[in-house]
Design a protein around this ligand. Structure first.
Ligand code: DGL
Length: 269
């Protein structure tokens, strides 16, 4: 069938856009759990329950492979799902590992011991749940040594984006970057660890300054998915792309169309 792309709301569209461009012949089913967004202020248990329910909806829509295009779900639920919930004939992948491989200068699946890398001071901007899970630091420690990570929980940014209030979102980005800089005055790299944040990438870059390298996930995930499908072509499937939401399809379609600058039509999940 198709490849499933899941996010709590609209953020995963930044990933969808990149994977569609990289893999134009692969059909995708996008699921936005808009009725329950944002996830970033929820408990890990809650995030696990919501993420498994949405992933099941994508399995039921015929997807054998589901990408959690949501760092919060990847950080708080993916490991638990892979350990005991995902059926044998299905796959669920997250968005953390491609980003960390890029940051630590590794190619796909390079499991050699951790080593020193170019970046030393990394700012992580993510939701409160992602920052408190410490999943980013854990995955990084498998691959790199001597990297100092300062997490900045960016409360409120996702809500503002989901509401379509980009002026508020920008003000919040600036205040979160200021807060980060008080803790880490000179980061050499910054990770946008939430799939909503590429929609504010220019504002992050501007507030951080031109000498900070900003890593964002969409293209890295697209490359990594293309690579995965070369090894597992049967997972790419066939069918037509569609957009599902647990929220109000009309409202979600109008915001999605505004963000991607092309017509996107959601249907009720
Ligand atoms: N876009 C998601 C992420 O990457 C989720 C944000 C949220 O629902 O709080 O973390």
């Amino acid at each position: 069938m198709a490849v499933g792309i899941f996010d709590s709301g609209l953020g995963g569209l930044t990933v969808l856009d990149a994977v569609q461009e990289r893999l134009p012949d692969v059909p995708f089913v996008y699921y936005a759990d808009s009725a329950n967004a944002p996830y970033g202020v929820r408990t890990a248990d809650d995030i696990y329950k919501l993420t498994t329910a949405a992933t099941q909806a994508l399995f039921d829509a015929g997807c054998d492979l589901v990408i959690l295009a949501c760092n919060t779900a990847s950080a708080a639920a993916l490991r638990r799902m892979q350990e005991g919930w995902v059926p044998q004939d299905k796959r669920v992948l997250g968005v953390f590992v491609p980003l960390i491989e890029a940051l630590t200068e590794r190619s796909w699946g390079d499991n050699s011991p951790p080593r020193e890398v170019g970046v030393k001071h990394v700012a992580l901007f993510a939701t409160p749940a992602t920052v408190s899970s410490r999943a980013f630091q854990r995955e990084l420690a498998f691959r790199a040594i001597g990297v100092d990570v300062e997490g900045q929980a960016c409360g409120g940014v996702v809500d503002a984006i989901e509401e379509g209030d980009m002026i508020l979102a920008e003000a919040m980005v600036r205040s979160h970057v200021d807060a980060l800089k008080r803790k880490m005055p000179q980061p050499d790299a910054a990770v946008l660890g939430c799939t909503h944040y590429p929609l504010m990438q220019e504002q992050f870059q501007d507030a951080l300054g031109a000498d900070v390298k900003v890593f964002s996930q969409a293209n890295l995930v697209a490359e990594s998915l293309a690579d995965y499908l070369t090894r597992r072509p049967e997972m790419a499937g066939e069918g037509t792309s569609k957009f599902l939401t647990s929220g109000d399809p009309k409202q979600v379609s109008s915001r999605a169309t505004q963000f991607l600058r092309r017509q996107i039509t959601f249907e009720a999940a």
